[in-house]
Write a protein that binds this ligand. Structure first.
Ligand SMILES: [Zn+2]
Length: 197
């Protein structure tokens, strides 16, 4: 698939409800109950460990949608960390280039990759063309997601294989730059849950 085969696309949210677990409890060294932040960046283990995407609370089986017109770059059924996942290649409209430049995108072609992880079902295959808003899978708890904390782990990548850990953050963009998330609905039952991906 040639980059030039991608046409510029408007973007839309990956979930109908973009709810993020309330983030009031911060990791401490005092032995208090803590949980991992749902946000992107060095947000784990008191700021010492990277989180490569955002975690959107979603009951198992919630539909996930293509964020833009594009091509399915890769699907996997059982990645040790991400479980069943989907990688969507797309080219956001030029209006987003400012954000991409600010985020230090290394590519000037503006191509991005949306990564959806911990799914329970896939509705697309690699190489398939999709349209923005198309149902491409269902959320779940596959991979190393905590079973008590169903969520969609969602990333925006500048390259298909961005690496892991702190270094890998530089090959990604904070999804909150592109998508509005809702912190207003605390999910109390999930506050004490822990998870790793
Ligand atoms: Zn995550």
């Amino acid at each position: 698939m040639n980059q030039s085969d991608l046409t510029e696309s408007q973007v839309a949210a990956p979930l109908q409800a973009m709810r993020v677990r309330w983030d009031s409890l911060q990791p401490t060294k005092g032995g208090m109950t803590t949980f991992d932040s749902p946000r992107f960046g060095m947000t784990r283990n008191g700021g010492t460990r990277a989180h490569s995407g955002i975690d959107l609370v979603a009951p198992v089986g919630t539909p996930i949608f293509a964020v833009a017109d594009g091509v399915i770059e890769q699907t996997r059924l059982a990645h040790p960390m991400f479980g069943a996942d989907i990688l969507l290649k797309f080219k956001p409209v030029a209006a987003w280039r400012g954000y991409l430049a600010r985020a230090g995108s290394k590519d000037d072609d503006g191509v991005l990759f949306a990564h959806y992880a911990h799914l329970s079902a896939l509705r697309v295959i690699a190489g398939q063309r999709v349209r923005r808003g198309m149902l491409i899978g269902l959320t779940g708890t596959s991979g190393n997601a905590d079973q008590a904390y169903p969520h969609l782990h969602f990333e925006l990548r500048k390259v298909a294989r961005p690496g892991t850990g702190a270094a890998g953050l530089h090959n990604r963009i904070d999804p909150e730059l592109m998508f509005r998330v809702d912190f207003s609905a605390p999910v109390e039952a999930l506050l004490r849950a822990t998870h790793t991906a």
